[in-house]
Ligand binder design. Structure first.
Ligand code: EZ4
Ligand code: CO
Length: 401
């Protein structure tokens, strides 16, 4: 069997998604997510210009060799654009291998280690009352783990908070501006968690995402202030590339830490994991080199009792979610999977067999990944440029978003 063609499909059923579809000489096809939010067309060009021509004629069974060929062979390694493109090819080849074997991909990864994949949903509100309502809605739909984000008095827009049921920060063609105050945030967030714990009791798992906005000592203060509320994790407290900050943080708080949604390779994770500076590694299939490389990261993490907590925001397509669930159900050190349902329009473009029940997601039992792209429907939603916002302090200084 040979690869005869590969199509890069861009579609915008409410938001942009990039998908690679690999076609083989036997007629079997495989799909991989290649979506990089706000930088979609860079990955499209990388795939169309540099990757797809080199795939034609290759044996689709040689997943590892193809990964090495694309990673080492390019000489220019790592980075979000490169690793998203490599991920798309790798994911599509695992899909094909599953179809050839007649098995769901998790069977090729060693089979089930658990009966389902525990997920966390997103709760948010403009203030404490709104947050409590939002957490109630999730709990009523079966969620056992909830990420809590809140509006902050005095700030007009805050990361993770939206009046729309579907949170979509990448909306305008050019970046919108949010205004941020760490002082206002640090003063309010502990009161939000105090109220949520008081209303929902000790067993609901609670998480919070600081979205890279704090200095090391501010993050240490927040971690300490939240200890009383028993978080499952505090996510991205400081900018992800400031890795020595975690040494300082660890000396001051036992709030568990989760990092990795902007990491692309095992090299980004190595120090934080091997020094026991984090508790959950949040790399994803689409942004960390596909199933092959994500599993390498999770195997490293397992040596240091670090568990997976994969990024699963709605800007990662159902193709990525389908692939993530096969990995999640198979690895020994699974922690938690992020889950934001997609819109009905997106679900229709990407028919899939995974399902949610009682706080868990379950991978498809179909051969391969159990997800596809309806190319005719996808063509009805042309690409619309959409950028992530930038964040400025109250005096106008550019800050991390
Ligand atoms: O801001 O996926 O944990 N989830 C997140 C996400 C990210 C977006 C960026 O594209 O932090 O909402
Ligand atoms: Co995050």
């Amino acid at each position: 069997m040979r690869i005869v063609s590969a199509r890069v499909i861009v579609t915008c059923p409410g938001r942009n998604f990039v998908t690679l579809k690999i076609v083989t000489s036997s007629g079997l096809t495989g799909v991989g997510d290649a979506t990089l939010n706000g930088r979609e067309m860079a990955v499209v060009a990388y795939l169309r210009e540099h990757v797809v021509p080199a795939l034609i004629g290759r044996d689709p069974a040689r997943i590892e060799d193809t990964w090495q060929f694309l990673y080492r062979g390019a000489y220019w390694r790592r980075g979000p654009v490169t690793m998203t493109a490599v991920a798309a090819v790798d994911t599509a080849l695992w899909d094909i291998k599953g179809k050839v074997a007649g098995l769901p991909v998790y069977q090729l990864l060693g089979g089930r280690s658990r009966s389902g994949v525990l997920v966390y949903g997103h709760a948010s509100g403009p203030d404490i009352a709104g947050v409590l309502d939002s957490v109630s809605t999730l709990v009523a739909s079966g969620y056992q783990a909830v990420r809590v984000q809140s509006g902050i008095p005095g700030l007009s827009s805050v990361y993770g908070v939206s009046s729309d049921p579907v949170y979509e920060p990448a909306s305008s063609a050019l970046p919108a501006t949010s205004v941020w105050s760490t002082t206002r945030y640090l003063g309010y967030i502990p009161t939000v968690f105090e109220a949520v714990r008081a209303s929902f009791g000790p067993s609901l798992r609670l998480l919070h995402d600081a979205h890279h906005r704090l200095s090391p000592v501010e993050a240490a203060q927040l971690g300490k202030a939240l200890e009383a509320y028993g978080l499952t994790w505090l996510e991205d407290p400081v900018p992800a590339e400031d890795q020595s900050a975690y040494r300082l943080l660890r000396r001051h708080t036992t709030t568990p830490l989760a990092v990795g949604e902007v990491f692309n390779s095992v090299w980004d994770c190595l120090g934080l994991i091997s020094e026991h500076l984090i508790d959950y590694i949040r790399t994803s299939v689409v942004h960390a080199g596909g199933i092959t490389h994500l599993r390498r990261i999770f195997d490293l993490a397992a040596l240091y009792q670090v568990r997976s907590g994969s990024h699963g925001a709605s800007d990662l397509s159902p193709v990525c979610m389908a692939a993530a669930l096969h990995v999640d159900v198979a690895i020994p050190n699974f922690g938690l999977q992020e889950y934001m349902p997609h819109t009905p329009e997106t679900d229709a473009v990407f028919p899939h067999g995974y399902r949610f029940a009682d706080g868990y997601l379950h991978p498809s039992e179909e051969p391969g990944l159990g997800v596809d792209i309806d190319e005719e429907l996808a063509a009805r939603y042309p690409y619309r440029p959409a950028a992530l916002p930038v964040n400025r302090l109250e005096d106008g200084t550019l800050h991390d978003w």
